[in-house]
Design a protein around this ligand. Structure first.
Ligand code: GCV
Length: 608
């Protein structure tokens, strides 16, 4: 039981197993009782505390481990017995780590925390102890599945499935003691790239046999292997469309190969035309995932989980919930969140994302079997490039375990576990509203994608406007936003069930924060808040940038010794960059819309 870290023994006292009561060391601050007959389900535990002794009871070792982590989170005082069980059996972190440094994307695609914890310049990391530490870290949050390579599977990375599977097995060994199973991203073209076949057609029995043999070899090395993650027919990755097959055909072929061993396929629904002509107004990227997948509802094998990004576009600061998550009742689904902050400040900006995530989970938690989060971890000494971005990772695990948790309470938990009490107020002041602040100074009212093309950092209002990526705002002299109504627009609102289809369709009921996602409106359109769209843009951009200045000042007032001088300095430097960037966002967005609309700021503030 290597999850019982030596440092815990002093705090966690005795370990009792059936017929083998025992004392592992230290003073008996806790009793961990493994009792297969206790009636609890897998991974669940009961925890109580009386007279200074904490007791954890579970039917399996995983439950005992999660209960032990809970014990470490407890404050002082007695606790009446509470039972905790995970809401979701699949709590996943996925890495976009390349094995070989990619000429454009680097070692970790969209990674902002240094190199990969798993791979280094083509080789397995030499620092396997850190992988073990990472496993314990993830387990302490509740994560139980991890994928170790990028969903964009390049030729070198494809070999992890075959000749380099031993390296994946080494990683799996480090995760196993923490009850975390490993997933591997695989290329749909593997039978050709690795197997020398002339096709990857799911209808070809040689292809099916190749996958069956590949899965057998994987399980011979990693008996508890979790399964495959697949990005197919998406942004250049190969997929079943090349053979006139559906995504269900493709996913089910892999599922059949994994089924004898209990493995699963995480098949991504991030499928859209990334070579769109910006002149073509009939194509709407928001519609794509639903159009590709909803007609296949009920056709996926039992061990396929269709993995859906939480919004219809791509991890923008504000999007509606993807209609795919509400429209495939006969399919096992996963919701995909992104901790790495590709479009939310790339860990140079402080942006605590769980308020966004819970706004999604409150709608979709009952519809999904798994919560998947794209990792924000790298080689950085703090694990995350922004030390306070650790809170996003922590919350990813905690919310996968219990999507109903309050994001503020989860943040408070993380702060208590990480910093002294005297720093708590400052951290809340900086972090509680940081997602809203980020939204204020960036793309307004759900319109999204006003970022610099390619690296996705900083403002570039028209950067994607005449591109092939399908992410447009359609600002002209009269107004802004994308008409996605059934009445006059792309019809995207029609992909939602009631009541959303009508709520989003009508200007009278569409929430302000999503207005420009669903409607093209004049600048003087009056929001439900009572402000015009143009005045809202000016006000929020001034307020957002000012809020960042206040955050920067507040941090400067915190005594460095409370959090450690190095960490204090790292956060100071990040906040300085966030302030610079927020001012740039404010001025570019405000100037752009003043020039387009000709409508002055009601408060006469400086716009360029
Ligand atoms: C891993 C976005 C990102 C890509 C990412 C892709 C995906 O388009 O910019 O870097 O690729 O999403 O989720 O597959």
């Amino acid at each position: 039981m290597s999850w019982v870290h030596p440092a815990w023994l002093a705090r966690l006292g005795r370990l009792e197993r059936p017929g083998r009561p025992g004392r592992l060391g230290g003073d008996a601050g806790a009793v961990l009782r493994l009792d297969p007959g206790c009636g609890l389900g897998a991974e669940a535990y009961t925890i109580s505390r009386a007279g200074g002794v904490t007791t954890v009871v579970a039917a399996d070792e995983a439950g005992l481990m999660y209960g032990s982590f809970h014990a470490l989170r407890l404050g002082d005082g007695d606790l009446a017995a509470e039972t905790h069980a995970p809401a979701k059996a699949r709590r996943v972190v996925q890495h976009w780590d390349n094995v070989f440094v990619h000429p454009v994307m680097g070692q970790v695609e969209r990674g902002y925390s240094g190199g990969s914890v798993f791979w280094e310049d083509g080789a397995l990391t030499g620092n396997l102890d850190r992988v073990g530490d990472y496993a314990r870290l993830l387990a302490s949050t509740g994560i139980n599945l991890v994928s170790v390579n990028n969903v964009n599977v390049h030729a070198g990375e494809a070999r992890l499935l075959t000749e380099r599977i031993g390296e994946v097995a080494v990683l799996a060994e480090r995760f196993r003691p923490y009850h975390i199973r490993v997933l591997l991203s695989v290329s749909f073209a593997s039978p050709m790239v690795l197997g020398g076949l002339d096709t990857a057609d799911p209808g070809d029995k040689r292809v099916r046999a190749w996958w069956a043999a590949a899965a057998r070899r994987v399980y011979a090395r990693i008996p508890d292997f979790g399964g495959f993650v697949v990005k197919a027919d998406s942004e250049g990755q190969p997929g079943p469309y090349a053979y006139g097959r559906t995504h269900a055909d493709g996913a089910n072929m892999l599922a059949a190969a994994l089924a004898p061993f209990g493995g699963e396929v995480y098949w991504r629904a991030f499928v859209y035309n990334h070579r769109q002509d910006w002149r073509d107004r009939s194509t709407d990227r928001a519609r794509a995932a639903y159009e590709h997948f909803a007609p296949l509802d009920g056709q996926f094998a039992d061990n396929v989980v269709v993995q859906v990004k939480h919004g219809p576009i791509d991890f923008q600061v504000r999007e509606p919930v993807s209609p795919v998550l509400l429209g495939m009742p006969a399919t096992r689904l996963a919701v995909e969140l992104q901790a790495t902050q590709e479009y939310t400040g790339q860990q140079r900006h402080l942006c605590y994302l769980p308020p966004l995530w819970t706004s999604v989970l409150s709608t979709v938690a009952d519809h999904v079997d798994a919560v998947v989060t794209v990792s924000n971890v790298g080689e950085d000494a703090y694990w995350t490039g922004h030390p306070l971005a650790q809170a996003n990772l922590y919350a990813a695990g905690r919310l996968a375990w219990d999507p109903a948790l309050d994001p503020g309470a989860v943040l408070d938990e993380w702060i208590s576990l990480t910093f002294p009490e005297a720093a708590r107020e400052t951290l809340h002041a900086l972090m509680d509203r940081s997602w809203c602040v980020y939204e204020q100074y960036t793309a307004p009212l759900g319109v999204g994608f006003m970022v610099h093309p390619g690296d996705h950092y900083g403002p570039d209002v028209d950067g994607y406007e005449y591109s092939r990526w399908g992410t447009y705002h359609f600002a002209d002299r009269d107004g802004v936003g994308v008409d996605r109504t059934r009445a006059t627009g792309t019809g995207f609102t029609g992909q939602y069930p009631a009541p959303w289809r009508d709520e989003y369709e009508s200007l009278a009921t569409c929430p302000d924060e999503l207005l420009l996602f669903f409607h093209h409106v004049p600048y003087r359109h009056v929001l439900r808040s009572g402000l015009t769209v143009i005045q809202h843009i000016y006000d929020t951009h001034f307020a957002g940038a000012a809020a960042v200045t206040a955050m920067r000042r507040r941090w400067a007032e915190l005594a460095p010794e409370l959090v450690g001088a190095e960490l204090h300095e790292r956060v100071r430097e990040r906040l300085a960059e966030q302030e610079r960037s927020a001012v740039e966002w404010r001025d570019q967005i405000n100037t752009y819309f003043l020039r387009k609309s000709g409508v002055p700021d009601a408060h006469g503030r400086r716009i360029f």
